[in-house]
Design a protein around this ligand. Structure first.
Ligand code: NAD
Length: 362
């Protein structure tokens, strides 16, 4: 029976429309293979929305996103809008989308592709086979806790204050996403905190440990964040899925991503409680190469694969795309950002065409 999904596309700015168009072509091919029918609806966000409507996140966009099964986003931003006040800048559209869809879980994979192993700054034997997923809490913790601000102390000196807060229910909901994610991967979950110093981390650790009894198939471990940072660069292969709070996750997900060494290859997912998830590449709108057919579309395509796996439960379709990406690299095709000697340099569209040929032949 045909499965129907309504997908909102947010191409945004810069290279966004170029990489989105390639990802949509790939989804259509995969849809035909697995009897999946996609109803695509395109909406405005970021600079493109500012130009058309005066706001970075028009109400119509949020409405369309809420009424879809998943959202595929490219990237927002560019020089043209850099001088606008912050609430009218393209980035405000992204923050508004996260808040409007209550996206509390951010999933950032860092997988070393054998074909791109030399792009990493770490030694081959350290990173070969690395396949990590960082699950970061996105709407709580020290970035949002109150009190926050810069206050005058009694001494007349100013004091800057932020507060790291997590409630049991916030810990529980991010924990569930992380255990479920580990279940779809290698079955190992490492919770990262600072429970030797912070009370909020002690509650975090208690919450994760309590949840573990409901997931007997998942092996749970705990690390302090300083040790986790060391282990990530010392022996990253020990990790499968990592779960952590907003601040620690911000830092560790970037460190994990850079193990791979190539920004044009990294997808991400942000998930909410009942609303559709948003799937997007980690990179920005790359205004320096926009409109030149030079962008690497693979992070966008891998984001579409994450959408199939995590929002639509279409693991086989996701596998097909991910294996196709490996194969296109294996055949020596590269965009400029991942180019190396002896490889075959392609533009954005041509890279998409090579991948589609591979998918059609499978
Ligand atoms: P960027 O990720 O856009 O670009 C950094 C460098 O990587 C550039 O040299 C760019 O050409 C290159 N690059 C990025 N993606 C690439 C791809 N797919 N293929 C080939 N090369 C690629 O980061 P930046 O330059 O700091 O920011 C540019 C704009 O993007 C800014 O307006 C920023 O606010 C915005 N931004 C948006 C997001 C988002 O939409 N989630 C994230 C980061 C930055």
């Amino acid at each position: 029976m045909t499965q129907n999904y309504r997908i909102t596309l947010l191409p945004g700015d810069g290279i966004g429309p170029e990489i989105m168009s390639v990802a949509v072509d790939v989804l259509k091919i995969v849809g035909q293979r697995f009897d999946i029918s996609f109803e695509f609806q395109t909406a405005l966000i970021g600079g493109a929305a500012i130009d058309a409507t005066g706001e970075p996140l028009p109400a119509a966009t949020l409405y369309t996103c809420r009424n879809s099964d998943a959202v595929l986003l490219a990237a927002i931003g560019g020089y043209k809008w850099d001088s606008l006040p912050s609430h009218l800048r393209p980035e405000a559209g992204l923050l508004g989308l996260r808040a409007g869809l209550e996206l509390f879980a951010n999933l950032r994979p860092a997988k070393i592709l054998p074909q791109l192993i030399d792009a990493s700054t770490l030694k081959r034997e350290v990173i070969e086979g690395v396949d990590i997923m960082v699950v970061r809490e996105l709407t709580g913790g020290i970035y949002f806790g109150k009190p926050k601000g810069i206050f005058a102390a009694e001494t007349g000196e100013k004091r800057g204050v932020n507060t790291m807060v997590y409630s049991e229910s916030e810990i529980d909901r991010i924990g569930r996403v992380a255990f479920e994610t580990a279940r779809k991967r290698g079955g190992k979950l490492c919770s990262v905190d600072k429970a030797n110093v912070l009370e909020v981390s002690q509650l975090w650790r208690k919450g994760m440990t309590k949840l573990a009894s409901q997931y007997p198939d998942i092996e749970l471990s705990h690390l302090y964040v300083d040790n986790a940072a060391m282990q990530l660069v010392r022996a990253p292969k020990q990790f499968d899925t990592i779960v952590t709070g907003n601040l620690f996750g911000d830092i560790l997900s970037d460190a994990a991503a850079m193990l791979t060494g190539s920004i044009g290859m990294l997808p991400s997912a942000s998930l909410g409680a009942s609303v559709p998830g948003v799937f997007e590449p980690v990179h920005g709108s790359a205004p320096d190469i926009a409109g030149q057919d030079k962008a690497n579309p693979l992070a966008q395509i891998l984001s579409a694969a994450m959408m199939l796996r995590y929002a639509l439960n279409q693991a086989e379709a996701a596998d097909l795309i991910e294996n196709g990406v490996l194969q296109v690299l294996q055949q020596g095709y590269r965009t400029g950002d991942i180019m190396s000697e002896g490889m075959n340099l392609l533009g954005c569209q041509a890279m998409g065409n090579e991948l589609i040929q591979i998918l059609e032949a499978k």
